[in-house]
Ligand binder design. Sequence first.
Ligand code: GLC
Ligand code: CA
Length: 542
Amino acid sequence: MKQTKWWKNAVVYQIYPRSFQDSNGDGIGDIPGVISRLDYLADLGIDVIWLSPVYESPQDDNGYDISDYYAIYHEFGTMEDMEALIREAEKRGIRIVMDLVANHSSDEHPWFVEARKSKDSKYREYYIWREGEKNQPPNELTSVFSGSAWEWDEGSGAYYLHLYSRKQPDLNWENADMRRDMYQMINWWLDKGIGGFRLDVIDTIGKVPDQMITTNGPKLHEYIQELSRETFQNYDIMTVGETWGANVDNAKLYSNPDGSEFSMIFQFEHICASWSEYGKWKQEKKDFVKLKKIFSRWQKELWGKGWNSLFWNNHDLPRVVSSFGDDGRYRVESAKALATFLHGMQGTPYIYEGEELGMTNISMKDVSQIRDIESLNIYEELRQKGWTHEQLMAAINGAGRDNARTPMQWDDTENAGFTTGTPWIEVNPNYREINAKAELEDENSVLHYYKKLIALRKSEEWKDVFTDGEYVPFMDEDEDVFVYARVLGEKKLYVVGNFHEVERIVVLPEAIKEVLLSNYQETEKNELQVALRPYEAFIAKV
Ligand code: GLC
Ligand code: CA
């Protein structure tokens, strides 16, 4: 009998703990805050929480700089709180997937502290050092957070590599002792009963800095297979690798159904489709035909050969309703259409906190409002290249990571119910209209739509079609509408929608029998020909 892995039918909800719920009035979200909202998440219908890093950290990059993998960052709570979260989630049928940052540690991790002290320390080789002269870095490699990727260490008279901030030195995966310590720590967490890991920028662990190779290094899959063998394969868990450098070919390795690497990866082709030579800071107009073709290729190529993760948002990306939808007049309709388009496909869907409310980007006017290290650094870098303050704020408001990190909007009381103190980052002023409490009371809210969408995906009748059905796209060249079928034997669903504000008549390949879910209230559709209103989307049985 064919066994379906539990995570193929799961829906994941990502929590950025700093911004989700503060429990003690210090303005910073925490683990007890997460526990207090578990009923909300259970009601939404999700199966897994991916928790962004909660380990001990100086918070240079909000926890993606870990100084102790075995401890909880004190402002987020204690190890007891973490264990309580795992137990309380489990009671509600929810698994906790932790975020594992294995490409780098904090410079305050004892390994790095020791490594820095002496060239003879066994920890020296846990990191990547190059001899040289001050002010003459080994090569031109740059950090994702601006500037050189090489930092001069005065004390030991050498450079160390950091693909991210200088407080995030890269670990050396060539070193077998480092790898062994890493596996031991991973197993220690797995033994606590967590549901798996999301692996931060894992496609850079095979880097060859001297050849300017960062992602997809020659030994990458060798390392991942060893990691998987020594840890993940002994547990019934889900794993998802963050891989900006993925393509459909290596994705088949990463998500090989034989379980030799991960359950799935996050690939970013749909996100980067409109980027320019300035990356996300300068983007072309979104090309919907191109976008559909990217999705279709991933859907078809991985069918039976791998597994997709489906996402529009995370803590590094602007809010989907602002970037791909309409966060003004058609906010509610477009948020629902985007969800329909994505969740209808094959793969494991991810919802980022607030996405289920249709939360939007925030508009900042001043540098003092920015919290994210990436945005602060790019501001300096591009200012020096002649960009104006206005251009920079527009770029940051459009693509910066703080858009995803403004506090979760729970209700219309001060600070959106996130904190009774002063929030570490400002609340989006639209919280009086957009918040969970109001949406729970409104049957037609984005939140209710997400609940119905999740329920439909999990319904006894349609579950196997969503999980295993073949993806068949139609009207690939159409600039406004998306139409695809999911087919499993005799069972067939159509996902149909309008990506834009224009009204459109669409002639479907087959007449539909019954609309199962729609983002407009009156939907009488049982014809070949359907008229789509602005951002109208539905899933129907044919
Ligand atoms: C990943 C994380 C991001 C972090 C970076 C460095 O891309 O998602 O938030 O800044 O890795 O750890
Ligand atoms: Ca707190």
